[in-house]
Design a protein around this ligand. Sequence first.
Ligand SMILES: Cc1cc2nc3c(=O)[nH]c(=O)nc-3n(C[C@H](O)[C@H](O)[C@H](O)COP(=O)(O)O)c2cc1C
Length: 251
Amino acid sequence: MLRHPSDPPAGPSASRLGRARSEPQANEGTSMDVYEALYTTRAMRRVKPDPIPVAVQQKILDAAIRAPSGGNTQMWRFMLVDDPAQKARLGPIYRACLSTLWDTIYKPRAEAAAKTPDAPESREFVKMQRSATWLADHFESYPLFLFAFSQFDTTGSSIFPAVWSAMLAARAEGIGSALTSVMMFRMAEVLEVLGVPKDQGWNFNGCVSFGVPTGKWGVAPRVPVHQVSYRNAWGKPVGFEIPAPLWPPKR
Ligand SMILES: Cc1cc2nc3c(=O)[nH]c(=O)nc-3n(C[C@H](O)[C@H](O)[C@H](O)COP(=O)(O)O)c2cc1C
């Protein structure tokens, strides 16, 4: 087993961390096509408060830790949060952070959207803003959050593959998710609430909300491949155009 520098000498052994504590159910798999999961895993913020079964939580985390990390160092920790008392402490922090986001980084976008409300990008922004506000307003009623931490990695580049795998696994189980990073604005408070050691280089990288979606799954609209991709040198055409998503495949 890989040892983490932060683990105490008598730290968790493979048997203690793994099967011995509670025997996870075997992953029976899913019939979902991998491309369906890739194309339809979106920010699903409007969810029901129904709890996420522990077997599903196991699948989400066990999929997450299969992800790559630089040098396979796995300098990560994952924390599930479902305790109402903890959510009650985090909710106000989340809302304060989101207000800061609207007032700072996203202010120009919000002002542009107010000026030209009918422009497609304005509509998209307002849609996203309403959805993000819904998350903030209903923070305490989400059944489950996943907090992701990495050690001595301020970029978080080694943990986002794991976070995305968690979201894909949730999608395969019919659970919606939304990745959020806005609590970075108050990282110290978040670390304090969650009891993260202060002297071991742990950073908070993101928080994923989970829940059964109230809406429908759909393909994420994005700027198409040929507008954001090059071949061999910057600015050189990639060599093909993909005007419409390749999934679902045309019959
Ligand atoms: C690094 C990162 C940080 C994000 N932070 C937040 C956040 O703090 N709050 C939030 O509501 N959504 C957050 N999002 C979700 C994005 O807004 C969302 O993925 C984007 O609008 C695309 O949504 P869609 O997949 O439903 O089209 C974040 C996404 C990423 C990748």
